[in-house]
Design a protein around this ligand. Structure first.
Ligand SMILES: *Cc1c(COP(=O)(O)O)cnc(C)c1O
Length: 368
């Protein structure tokens, strides 16, 4: 049995006619940059996320960048974030001239540990960027309490968490804004790059809309310096079709995760812990294991795909040398980078395939 880490072809086959029809409408209209398909998608995704505003942008990375710009985070400012995330979370902070300040993650949930935030706040701290890693929200109640007390902006990096909730509130509604990615491998993936910002603040929504189109308002008159952060019409059309299926897909991921959980019970495999109150969308099903690299090779030899998110924490990346971090600064994130392995959990994966993956993992540890 060959099982990839993700099978986008299976998803496409199930919705091909509907998607092609939507793309063909964009072609008929020749509305490729923003346009009616994007406007319709924004309306639907705002409703889906229970957010007042949704602004489509060119990628999850640009969602973070335009949010930092709109909140006026600038050179000299400090932004508190996690060292255990995709690169863009911290990369965007440096791109606006600010300095990322890392706080280690919680060993159970892999998200920024709220208990470590306060001691890192200085007179220069302007914002916090919690990441909802692998599909479950960070400890937003505690984070928002600190932010309100210290008057800090909060940008949720919800790139891996569309549809996830905490205490019944969906990702993107806790902070000033939420940043989403529609990179093809995300739970809601486009046919290319795409992203979105949600917010419940009218002024912020206005500013982000202006900034995503060079800062022009009205056309060819520039109040501020923005960028080309527009979402393509074709992406809007594809995503609008896929959005209808998202809850169903997320639920199937959850069922696959539950099956893995039961099959791994009592073994050396540590299954993902979900913080009480959280509903995860299982963007990844990430186990922590001894001898991770050997296990990954064993799975590959058995035609099973797996992936390491992430092999190196952000604070130790060469490009952030100037921050002066060293090994040992973020012990939990550093350990996780050596122990995590993400297994196939995509919605089209069948129960007997989950069983085959789990059995193969257990066989590696001598359990049959
Ligand atoms: C994917 C991702 C991003 C960046 O999104 P792109 O659309 O690829 O630019 C940012 N943060 C996290 C946590 C991500 O997983």
């Amino acid at each position: 049995m060959r099982i990839p880490i993700l099978d986008l072809k299976a998803q496409y086959a199930a919705i091909k006619d509907e998607v092609m029809q939507a793309i063909s409408e964009v072609c008929e209209n020749q509305a490729f940059a923003l346009g009616p398909a994007v406007a319709e998608f924004e309306e639907n995704v705002a409703a889906y996320c229970n957010s007042k505003h949704a602004i489509g942008v060119s990628s999850g990375t640009d969602a973070l960048l335009v949010s930092l710009m709109a909140l006026d985070v600038k050179p000299g400012d400090e932004v508190i974030t996690t060292p255990f995330s995709f690169f863009a979370t911290a990369g965007c902070v440096v791109r606006v001239g600010a300095r990322p300040v890392f706080v280690d993650v919680d060993p159970d949930f892999f998200n920024i540990d709220p208990a470590g935030i306060e001691e890192k706040i200085t007179g220069k701290t302007r914002a916090i960027i919690p990441v909802h890693l692998f599909g479950q929200l960070a400890g937003m109640k505690a984070i928002m309490e600190i932010a309100q007390q210290k008057n800090l902006a909060v940008i949720e990096d919800a790139a891996q968490a569309i549809g996830a909730s905490r205490d019944g509130i969906k990702a993107g509604n806790f902070g000033n804004c939420g940043c989403f990615s529609f990179y093809p491998t995300k739970n809601l993936g486009g046919f290319g790059d795409g992203g979105l910002v949600t917010t419940n603040t009218d002024v912020l929504a206005d500013d982000i809309r202006t900034l995503r189109d060079h800062g022009q308002k009205p056309r060819y008159f520039y109040k501020v310096i923005g960028g080309n952060f527009r979402l393509d019409g074709i992406q809007g059309a594809v995503l609008n079709v896929k959005l209808k299926y998202l809850d169903d897909w997320n639920e199937k991921r959850g069922q696959n995760a539950a099956l893995y959980d039961s099959l791994f019970a009592g073994s050396p495999v540590r299954t993902p812990a979900i913080d009480p109150g959280n509903v995860s969308i299982y963007h990844q099903y990430t186990i922590t294991v001894p001898e991770r690299d050997k296990l990954q090779k064993y799975l590959a030899d058995n035609d099973i795909g797996s992936a390491v998110f992430y092999p190196k924490p952000l604070h130790l990346q060469d490009c952030f040398k100037e921050l002066g971090c060293k090994e040992g600064d973020m012990p939990v994130a550093e350990r996780l980078c050596k122990e995590v392995l993400s297994l196939p959990v995509y919605p089209e994966l069948l129960p007997d395939e989950v069983e085959y993956v789990a059995r193969t993992v257990l066989k590696f540890y001598g359990i049959s």
